[in-house]
Design a protein around this ligand. Structure first.
Ligand code: C2E
Ligand code: MG
Ligand code: MG
Length: 692
């Protein structure tokens, strides 16, 4: 018998044994329909294979019989199967491996193979029996997992951010990037408490944040961390608690990012926002804010806030002749000089251009503030060398002191007004604001076009102030006073816009509007006590046709001429031509009253009263104010009152603000009065009797 024949007989015998055994197993394994069950001879020749091979591998199991199993094993897997390894299989009695089998379509399929050796009755190796499970999906997902893990590791290890796992207050794991960020070796960092490297001042806020994180709320905090070399590094820490079912559950994961540059940049931006880059002083934004705060503080302390508006004289000349660099260096020097001349607690800033501002508190007296302004002015006027040129700078200063009613805007405006006055007086002057300067501001404050729109839009309203008879305080008439109900600036007195109306040729329209309102009111209230006085601008009286327009208003509304009084100033009549007098006389003839307003301010002679076609005279309020203190004013006032009486004119004392003044003007011979004491101008006429 040849060797082959012997082998074939042995195989056949082995197969018989195996099949009997396999039969009984088959039922068991059949339930796992997806697994391929197989039996081979000792040398690996397939004897039998379960039908599932067709679904898994696309094979016909019977056609495979007689082939050696290694024929469909992947060459890579086979490579490791040296004769020694195979001998080892037999010795172990079982083989398990994961490998690829070639499918009928030529593709590969991952299978997990488990085979066990089978012996015959004589204890000889009969062959192998085993099963192969399709693990294609497992392998794919395992590979995906490994890939994502590789990606994750790559990220964690190469990220600039430091990732830290903290458990029980100490570092359980940290990414190697801790070295780049803070200079620590990542292994030595494990086990440390983060507090060991956090700035003492930041520990409290860090602890609060950590409590938040542990309560399940993600949190971000910025703190300084100590670098291994000792310096402090700003880091932003994002923390969250791991709550899902992973080995990290319950740990706190923090991502630390170095934000040193960002913090520096933010600091710089915040600084730039409130500082002037040239002088390093505070800028306008900051100053305007500061005035508000200082004003409140000053009010609480019961003292005024002083605002000094400092302006470098002739700065344009320096800039134009020596160039901008020279201009800049002068501005810088002036900034330093101002700052050096005031107290450390005073605030100094640059408003822009060549304008600086000083805010000072604690000066109760105007004289003290003037002294401060003098110190600033003399510090600024020291000679200054710029590129071989010796400059002798001077500054003009406008000063404003706050009172109860001041706002940041009003104080700045007043200091600015005072500065304009100072400038008007020549180089190097300091001027303290006083309310009479406002008239000057008016031109810059209101524009003609704005006023024109206001007249058209009926934003102008008329207020009425009572005129009383002094003997019984009975209201005998009213004066109509125009106001501007400005949409943003509130109710404006005529001092704010009349000069503009006059200079821009709007005064006629304005007076027409007032007269029309007044006539309307008189027509609606035939029982209103006494006439209403209207003011008329000297400019208007001088325009041809004015008188007819005036009377036309009365006629249109059916208002009797005796119910209207025209107030004109003495200057208006004096400087006008003869026909103005004729016009006035005509008005008098038809019954319109004519009162000479603001008498005493125009330096005209008393005899004028007798010459003019007037029915009354109003003593200017500046006289009324001075009566009590200045005897010669009182004498003059008595003279005018006496003259008025002698000429049969109504004598009205304006600006009576107190009972003292009311008594005084009565004593001096004035029969009528007008003033806050009796009633302020209001949008409706006053009651008939003013009770005092
Ligand atoms: P005026 O004709 O001498 O009017 C009296 C001014 O003194 C009013 O100021 C009035 O509010 C104010 N006044 C009254 N009583 C007192 C007081 O007790 N104390 C103080 N400090 N002031 C008092 P207002 O309303 O600001 O008017 C200022 C000037 O504007 C008027 O002086 C008048 O010349 C002019 N004006 C007012 N309305 C008109 C108008 O409709 N047309 C024209 N052309 N001018 C007008
Ligand atoms: Mg008047
Ligand atoms: Mg007046």
């Amino acid at each position: 018998m040849t060797d082959n024949k012997v082998a074939a007989q042995a195989s056949a015998h082995g197969a018989a044994v195996l099949l009997t055994e396999a039969e009984s197993r088959y039922r068991l394994i059949a339930e796992h329909a997806s697994d391929i069950v197989f039996a081979t001879a000792r040398d690996g020749v397939l004897l039998w294979m379960s039908p599932s091979a067709s679904t898994v591998m696309g094979w016909d199991p019977t056609a495979m019989t007689g082939h050696r199993m290694r024929e469909w094993l992947h060459p890579d897997d086979l490579a490791g199967w040296t004769p020694e390894v195979i001998a080892g299989f037999e010795a172990a009695g079982r083989v398990t491996y994961e490998g690829r089998w070639r499918r009928a379509d030529g593709g590969w399929r991952w299978v997990a193979v488990t085979t066990r050796i089978v012996h015959d009755a004589d204890g000889e190796v009969a062959g192998w029996v085993g099963s192969a499970r399709d693990i294609e999906a497992d392998v794919a997902s395992r590979e995906e997992l490994a890939e994502s893990r590789r990606r994750y590791e790559l990220m964690v290890h190469n990220a600039a951010d430091v990732i830290v796992v903290i458990r029980g207050g100490s570092v359980e794991w940290v990414s190697p990037s801790i070295h780049a960020a803070l200079g620590y070796d990542h292994e030595s960092f494990v086990g440390m408490a983060p507090e060991e490297v956090i700035h003492p001042d930041d520990i409290a806020s860090m602890a609060t944040r950590r409590a938040r994180v542990l309560a399940g709320k993600p949190s971000i905090v910025r703190s300084r961390f100590r670098h291994a070399d000792g310096r402090w590094v700003w880091m932003e820490a994002h923390g969250f608690l791991v709550q899902d079912e992973t080995p990290l559950r319950g740990a706190m994961v923090a991502v630390w990012r170095v934000v040193d540059d960002q913090v520096a940049l933010e600091g710089q931006l915040a600084h730039n926002a409130i500082h002037d880059p040239l002088t390093g002083l505070h800028n306008r934004t900051w100053l305007v804010d500061a005035i508000g705060g200082d004003l409140r503080a000053a009010r609480r302390a019961g003292e005024p806030l002083a605002v000094l508006y400092v302006d470098l004289d002739d700065f344009k000349v320096v800039n134009d002749s020596l160039g901008h660099a020279a201009g800049d260096s002068l501005l810088k020097a002036i900034g330093q000089r101002i700052a050096g001349a005031v107290r450390p607690e005073d605030r100094v800033g640059r408003l822009g251009g060549d304008e600086f501002l000083v805010l000072a508190r604690g000066w109760g007296q105007a004289s003290e503030v003037r002294a401060l302004a003098d110190r600033v002015a003399s510090a600024c006027s020291r000679p200054k060398r710029v590129d071989h040129h010796e400059l002798n700078p001077t500054v003009s200063i406008g000063i404003a002191l706050s009172d109860e009613a001041s706002t940041s805007a009003s104080l700045l405006r007043e200091a600015d007004t005072a500065l304009h006055q100072a400038k008007a007086r020549g180089r190097g002057c300091s001027v303290l604001f006083d309310p009479t300067m406002m008239a000057e501001v008016v031109h810059r404050f209101v524009t003609g076009s704005e006023l024109r729109a206001a007249i058209r839009g009926r934003e102008l309203v008329v207020h009425y102030q009572p005129i009383v008879r002094l003997s019984d305080h009975r209201v005998v008439g009213h004066e109509a006073l125009v106001r501007w109900q400005h949409p943003s600036r509130g109710l404006l007195a005529p001092g704010w816009f009349l000069p503009v109306a006059e200079s821009d040729g709007l005064i006629a329209d304005l007076d027409d509007l007032v007269l029309d309102d007044v006539c309307g009111l008189l027509a609606d209230h035939p029982d209103l006590p006494g006439p209403i006085s209207v003011n008329c601008s000297p400019v208007e009286i001088a325009t041809p046709g004015w008188r007819d327009r005036f009377l036309g208003h009365l006629e249109r509304r059916g208002v009797g001429p005796h119910r209207i009084v025209l107030e004109i100033t003495e200057t208006a009549v004096l400087s006008s031509a003869e026909d103005v007098r004729a016009d006035l006389q005509r008005l008098r003839d038809v019954g319109v009253g004519v009162h000479l307003d603001d008498f005493g301010t125009g330096y005209s002679s008393l005899s004028l009263l007798g010459d003019l076609p007037v029915s009354g005279v109003k003593q200017d309020l500046s006289f009324t104010r001075r009566l009590v203190e200045e005897e010669h004013i009182a004498r003059l006032s008595r003279g005018v009152a006496g003259l008025a009486q002698a000429l049969g004119l109504i004598g009205i004392a304006e600006g009576v603000e107190s009972a003292d003044q009311a008594r005084m003007v009565t004593e001096l011979g004035w029969t009528h009065a007008q003033g806050y004491y009796f009633g302020r101008p209001t949008d409706v006429p006053a009651a008939t009797v003013i009770a005092h």
